[in-house]
Design a protein around this ligand. Structure first.
Ligand code: NAG
Ligand code: NAG
Ligand code: NAG
Ligand code: NAG
Ligand code: CA
Length: 430
C-alpha cells in the first residue's frame, strides 16, 4: 500500500521532472543569475549564466544618413509612380503630410497608408544614387530574429547590408542583395537555404529580394532564424544545441553580434533592365519600416538591460561591470574576467570567482587575504601571493632584510601579466 503510493508518487515526480527538463533543455534557463541551493551543509548561492530577453531594438536605435541631405523635400520635389510615370506626388519637408523624414522608418506601423522615409529622386543619373543608412546603438547587441526592411519604393536593385562590431570603426559586409549577383558583385547567387552548419558564416549575395516594384513583396530579410536553424532544428526546438555551439565557437557568436548596422543603397528599383532617362522622378528609395530584434550582450552576466541617458546598459551581476558586463567590479579582479557560459546545459555557469579568496587558500606561506585583492604577507615573504622569500628579491642575497609585506596594487588583474612570466600562473588555476 505504502509502496504503491510511493511508486505512483515517484512516477508522477519523474513525469513532472522530465517535463521540466524537456522544457529547460529546449530553451535553456538563462533568465536567472543565481539560485539558492539547500544542502546538508546549509544553503548557498549557485551562480548561473543569465541573459536579458530579446526586445525590439528599434526603440533604442539612432540613425544617420549619408549624404546627410539625401532625404527628399528640401527643396520640394515631385516624384512619380514606378508603374505609372504620370501618377505623381509631392515631397515637401516643410509640410507634415508631404514630408518623409528618417524617423518614419521607426514609428509604429500597421496604419494605412504607411509612413515612410524617402530619398530624393535619381536626378543625377547616370551617376549612381548612393545612400547609407547607419543604425547604431552604442551598445553591443545580439540579434535573435531576422532583420526585416520594408521598401515602399520597390526593393533596390543593388544593396549591401553591413555590420560593425566596434562602434562603427570597422565594417564588414553581412549580405549582398542584387537582381544579378554575378554581374553586380561577381558572386554566385545563393540563398540561406544553400548554406549548412559548416558554411553558415559565409557572406552571400542573394537575388531573392531584389525584384522591383512589380513584385508582390516589399520586404527584404537578413535571415537570422534560418541560420539558427542549422543548429537548433527547423522550428528552433533545440535551442540548447545552438547555445552549446555559440559557447564554443566565438566566430559564430560574433556573427550574430553587432554594435551598428549599415544599409548601403546602391541602385534603386528600376523595374526593368534599362533606366528611363525621361522619367527619373520614378527612381528613388523609400523605406517604411525596419525591424531589428535582439538582446543586449551582457556576456551572460545579466538578465536586465535598461536605458540610461539614452543609452542601453546591462544590469550586471556576478560582481561584473561595464556596459556589456565585460570586466570585474573594482576590487573583484581576483581571477581574470571571463564571460559566463551556456554550458553545462541547461543552467550554464557564471565563471566568476575571486583568486584572493580565503576559502581558496591562495595566499601562500601564511599570508592572509585582504579585501579580496591582495595578500598580506608575513615578514619573511613577499610576492603577490607571498610565494617568495623576501631575501630572494634582494641582489645581495639573504644577508640584508629588504622591505616586506604586501604589494598593494589596487587590483590583482594588473599583476597578472607580471605573474605569468614568472611561471606562477599555475597558482591562479584551480
Ligand atoms: C557609405 O559607407 C561606405 C562604407 O561602409 C563608404 O565607403 C561610403 O563612402 C559611404 N557613403 C556613401 C554615400 O556611400
Ligand atoms: C557610448 O557609450 C559610452 C559608455 O559606454 C559613453 O561613454 C559614450 O559617450 C557613448 N557615446 C555616444 C555617442 O553616445
Ligand atoms: C560577488 O561578491 C560577493 C561578495 O564578495 C561574494 O559573496 C559573491 O560570491 C560574489 N559572486 C560571485 C558570482 O563571484
Ligand atoms: C566557463 O565555464 C564553462 C563550463 O563550465 C567552461 O567550459 C569554460 O571553460 C569556462 N570558461 C572560462 C574562461 O573559465
Ligand atoms: Ca513607418
Amino acid at each position: 500500500m505504502y509502496l504503491s503510493r510511493f511508486l505512483s508518487l515517484h512516477a508522477l515526480w519523474v513525469t513532472v521532472s522530465s517535463v521540466i527538463q524537456h522544457y529547460t533543455s529546449a530553451w535553456g534557463h538563462y533568465d536567472v543569475c543565481k539560485t539558492q541551493i539547500y544542502t546538508d551543509e546549509g544553503k548557498f548561492w549557485d551562480y548561473t549564466a543569465c541573459q536579458p530577453e530579446a526586445i525590439d531594438m528599434m526603440k533604442y536605435v539612432k540613425v544617420s544618413l549619408d549624404p546627410p541631405d539625401i532625404t527628399c523635400g528640401n527643396p520640394p520635389e515631385t516624384f512619380c509612380g514606378m508603374g505609372n510615370p504620370y501618377m505623381c506626388n509631392e515631397c515637401d519637408a516643410a509640410i507634415d503630410e508631404l514630408a518623409h523624414p528618417p524617423e518614419l522608418m521607426f514609428d509604429a506601423e500597421g496604419r494605412y497608408p504607411s509612413t515612410y522615409w524617402q530619398s530624393t529622386t535619381w536626378k543625377g543619373y547616370p551617376q549612381p544614387l548612393l545612400v547609407n543608412i547607419t543604425l547604431y546603438w552604442n551598445k553591443t547587441i545580439e540579434l535573435t530574429d531576422n532583420i526585416v526592411i520594408t521598401f515602399e519604393s520597390g526593393r533596390p536593385d543593388l544593396m549591401i547590408l553591413e555590420k560593425s562590431l566596434d562602434y562603427g570603426r570597422t565594417w564588414q559586409p553581412y549580405q549582398y542583395y542584387a537582381t544579378d549577383c554575378l554581374n553586380a558583385f561577381n558572386m554566385e547567387p545563393k540563398t540561406v537555404r544553400d548554406l549548412s552548419q559548416q558554411t553558415v558564416l559565409e557572406i552571400i549575395c542573394t537575388e531573392e529580394y531584389s525584384m522591383g516594384y512589380m513584385a508582390n513583396s516589399k520586404i527584404l530579410h537578413f535571415e537570422i532564424k534560418d541560420r539558427f536553424a542549422f543548429f537548433a532544428g527547423p522550428r528552433l526546438h533545440n535551442m540548447a544545441s545552438l547555445y552549446g555551439q555559440l559557447d564554443t565557437t566565438k566566430n559564430l557568436r560574433d556573427f550574430f553580434t553587432v554594435t551598428d548596422l549599415r544599409i548601403r543603397l546602391l541602385r534603386p528599383a528600376t523595374g526593368e533592365i534599362y533606366v528611363d532617362p525621361q522619367h527619373l522622378t520614378r527612381y528613388f528609395y523609400a523605406i517604411s519600416d525596419i525591424k531589428v530584434i535582439g538582446r543586449c550582450k551582457c556576456n551572460l552576466h545579466a538578465t536586465g538591460c535598461r536605458e540610461e541617458n539614452k543609452k542601453l546598459l546591462c544590469e550586471c551581476e556576478h560582481n561584473t561591470t561595464g556596459p556589456d558586463c565585460g570586466k570585474c567590479k573594482k576590487n573583484y579582479q581576483g581571477r581574470p574576467w571571463s564571460a559566463g557560459s551556456y554550458l553545462p546545459i541547461p543552467k550554464g555557469t557564471a565563471n566568476i570567482s575571486n583568486v584572493c579568496d580565503n576559502e581558496l587558500q591562495i595566499c601562500q606561506n601564511g599570508g592572509t587575504c585582504h579585501n579580496n585583492v591582495r595578500c598580506q604577507c608575513p615578514a619573511a615573504y613577499t610576492g603577490v601571493l607571498c610565494e617568495k622569500r623576501s631575501c630572494e628579491m634582494d641582489p645581495d642575497g639573504c644577508s640584508q632584510s629588504s622591505a616586506q609585506g604586501a604589494i598593494s596594487l589596487p587590483c590583482v588583474i594588473l599583476l597578472l601579466p607580471l605573474i605569468a612570466p614568472l611561471g606562477l600562473s599555475g597558482f591562479l588555476i584551480f
